[in-house]
Design a protein around this ligand. Sequence first.
Ligand code: SAH
Ligand code: TYD
Ligand code: ZN
Length: 406
Amino acid sequence: MACRICSGRLHPFADFGSQPLSDAFAAPGGPPEPFAFRLAVGVCTGCSMVQLLEEVPRERMFHADYPYLSSGSSVMRAHFESLAGRLLDTELTGPDPFVVELGCNDGAMLAAIARAGVRHLGVEPSGGVADVAAAKGVRVRKDFFEAATAAAILAEDGPADVVYAANTLCHIPYLDSIMKGLDALLRPSGVFVFEDPYLGDIVERASFDQIYDEHFYFFSATTVRGLARRHGFELVDVERLPVHGGEVRYTLARRGARKPTPAVAALLAAEEAAALHEPATLHRFADRVAATRERLVELLTGLREQGARVYGYGATAKSATVLNYCGIGPDLITFVSDTTPAKQGRLTPGSRIPVRDPGAFADPYPDYAVLFAWNHAEEIMAKETGFAAAGGTWILYVPEVHLVRA
Ligand code: SAH
Ligand code: TYD
Ligand code: ZN
């Protein structure tokens, strides 16, 4: 398997074995969903990009029934509205500006742009969530973004001032086509702004559940700078974000168009000092992950023996890796509570734990709840006051297995 960026040799460092698709919530009574692909991750010995070794065809992941909704978290809604405000204030100030979002999902960001009356387009292949965005007044093209899509958008709408993508670029193996598309679509002064889970945070927190079929790349300032340069762009800004367990927002501009901010050099230096892309660092990460599996299984098995009631909280895509890698099923976790209508009444992929609506979580409260949506811990812990009053305990597994009194 060769690097999808530079064709270099990949050095594998973590292998989770055969896995089902992470967002394939199955109907009960149906056939078990296939363990369709091998989930393993490696670092490129040429350009240092960390990436999956096996790719799942995009149409199998992103389709009309794709269940994930960006607006399921109030913190994320505020995050995207604030970003929309910032783009309107800083980048979309010329006459008749135009902004394109890749993977606009349910319109959490673009609805605010639409309300401001600014020309925009969301490119979203998952039809169900695209319809939700359209219902909020967002102009959506149901399509995968790639070079051909960019050419079609340019022909219809003209050049873009900003292209934005949140938690989407890391989902796309074919970045060569994406970068060519950006080169065609962006104005000479235009910028590409994107944010994704940060390799530095994943390694530091041993947050191995960020690794699943949809997350093909694990970006850093070092590797994003390299990717940009291959296509005539420059990394001109980086900003660390607290959301989703630690992300970086990258800004790319055409080479020479903008002066990089000091934050870029600072993050590059920090990555170098941490030896972030060195195989030894990544193998240490893999060792911590194996230890987490052992401790989590030991804890849950012990709780079952005590007769404790244990539920899951948040049927995240991330949890597919945790549950299937650790071999956790309905014998250890009775059900997983989740607010997403399209997940409720279904089973978690592979591990086949029922997903139920949050009403079930309180009826009665469990003794313990595994917080699979740990990236939304603050928001969830603040609102689950009933669980606290009932004397419940959260189980977290990042950065290592630990208990938190609710
Ligand atoms: N931006 C949202 C959604 C992230 S989920 C947020 O941050 O919450 C990733 C989204 O990317 C999905 O809605 C998926 O349908 C979309 N996607 C996947 N491949 C894509 C592509 N090639 N072009 C545009 N969107 C894509
Ligand atoms: P998230 O961690 O954002 O993403 P991913 O699926 O990519 O790992 O998913 C959060 C899930 O948790 C989503 O299915 C909605 C659910 N959720 C709740 O059930 N209650 C909540 O209060 C929040 C914030 C999320
Ligand atoms: Zn490479």
